[in-house]
Design a protein around this ligand. Structure first.
Ligand SMILES: [Zn+2]
Ligand SMILES: [Zn+2]
Length: 372
């Protein structure tokens, strides 16, 4: 009970929940106001026309009023004032910059942009789904939302959303430039003519098959492992932990997994649906939820299946490489899903990686003195 030091109480009525919610609302509101102030530089070009602006403005208003009120409640309840003060300050800065009524001036340009809107929307979407799910059905109920390393993982979530334009380009372009020769128009026409669901299922299998071998290479080739071990350095599993992927790991894996989809000529609709499925499932399989799914766990990758991929114990090493279909691991002899059991701990058993996004970004390029 040493955590119950003055100002550190976390129980209901201590002002912590209102403080955290105030900072969250204030940060989301301020971020959204920045998007309205600089839409050409901070929003995804293809998304701009899709926003229902009156609703977005109403939502920003709600965040700012909510952030302010919750901040004041936290300031009243809590002896340590920094949470409440931060939340109130964020909402006041957003209000001073124009709040929900800030006008959108000037022409929208189509040059390089940062996906701040993409980050805010994803953060809202995933936390609305996964935070309650992990609170209600936790595999490890003692694990807090703000567990060790959450700042690092949030930084990954933030940076990968901001640079979505660059990474999308790096994912799609290599296949189009380097593998155009491999395309066979007659086959592409047939593939594109398949029903939507058939194409989606085929994409899931093809991309997971390719992803399986790339992933396995990242585990077995020492200089590739230097990048991928960053993902395995997470010692706590939850929906945010899946974001921890070195830029090289993320870009190489996605670019290579896209090659067969491009060459085979799948239609845009099923490919977009697949992108939605993969981002949801990649998040879900890291989540701190205790669902078991019974025999279905052999049909579709689940949290317990992928948690074994992250297990620090010996039996978990180099197991369960698939993201969607465990059958691929069964096929190649790497499946490990002992009935009813979960790993004891997660992370790198005999290695360490520094904390923080930037330290982890440069880590694979550092001298080999402590590699191995
Ligand atoms: Zn791995
Ligand atoms: Zn993982």
């Amino acid at each position: 009970m040493t955590r119950a030091a003055v100002g550190e109480e976390t129980s209901f009525g201590s002002g912590r929940i209102s403080g955290v919610m105030s900072v969250t609302c204030g940060a989301l509101g301020l971020g959204a106001v920045f998007c309205l102030l600089f839409p050409s530089f901070l929003t995804v070009a293809d998304a701009r026309a899709l926003y229902p602006l009156p609703y977005i403005r109403a939502l920003i208003h709600l965040f700012l009023v909510g952030g302010f009120v919750l901040g004041v409640i936290s300031l009243c309840l809590r002896r340590s004032k920094w949470l409440g003060a931060t939340g109130v300050t964020l909402t006041l800065v957003a209000a001073l910059l124009g709040g929900s009524r800030v006008p959108i001036d000037g022409e929208l340009t189509t040059g390089p942009y940062l996906g701040l809107d993409w980050f805010l929307l994803n953060l809202i979407f995933f936390s609305v789904i996964f935070v309650p799910l992990e609170r209600l059905f936790a595999h490890r109920p003692e694990q807090s939302i703000f567990r060790k390393g959450w700042r690092t993982d949030l930084a990954y979530f933030f940076v990968s959303s901001l640079i979505v334009q660059a990474t999308t380009l790096l994912t799609l372009k290599p296949a189009m430039v380097l593998f155009d020769w491999a395309a066979w128009p007659a086959l592409q026409t047939r593939v594109a003519a398949l029903p939507f669901v058939a194409q989606l299922l085929a994409i899931l299998f093809v991309s997971d098959f390719v992803q399986y071998w790339i992933h396995r290479a990242f585990h077995t080739v020492p200089w590739l492992w230097r990048f991928h071990k960053i993902h395995h350095s997470a010692e706590a599993m939850d929906w945010l932990a899946g974001s921890r992927l070195h830029l090289v790991d993320a870009v190489v894996t996605r670019a290579l997994a896209f090659v067969p989809l491009y060459v085979l000529g799948f239609s845009d609709g099923p490919v977009f649906a697949y992108v939605a499925v993969v981002s949801l499932q990649a998040t879900f399989i890291h989540a701190n939820v205790r669902f078991d799914f019974g025999p279905l766990a052999w049909a579709v990758a689940t949290p317990r299946f992928h948690h074994w991929h992250h297990g620090a114990e010996r039996e978990a090493i180099d197991r369960n490489f698939a993201v969607h279909l465990p059958v691929i691991d069964v096929l190649f002899g790497t499946a490990h899903l002992p009935a009813g059991r979960w790993p004891q701990s997660y992370g790198l058993a005999h290695d360490t990686v520094p904390d923080g996004y930037v330290s982890q970004l440069v880590e694979p390029f550092r001298s080999k003195k402590d590699a191995g």
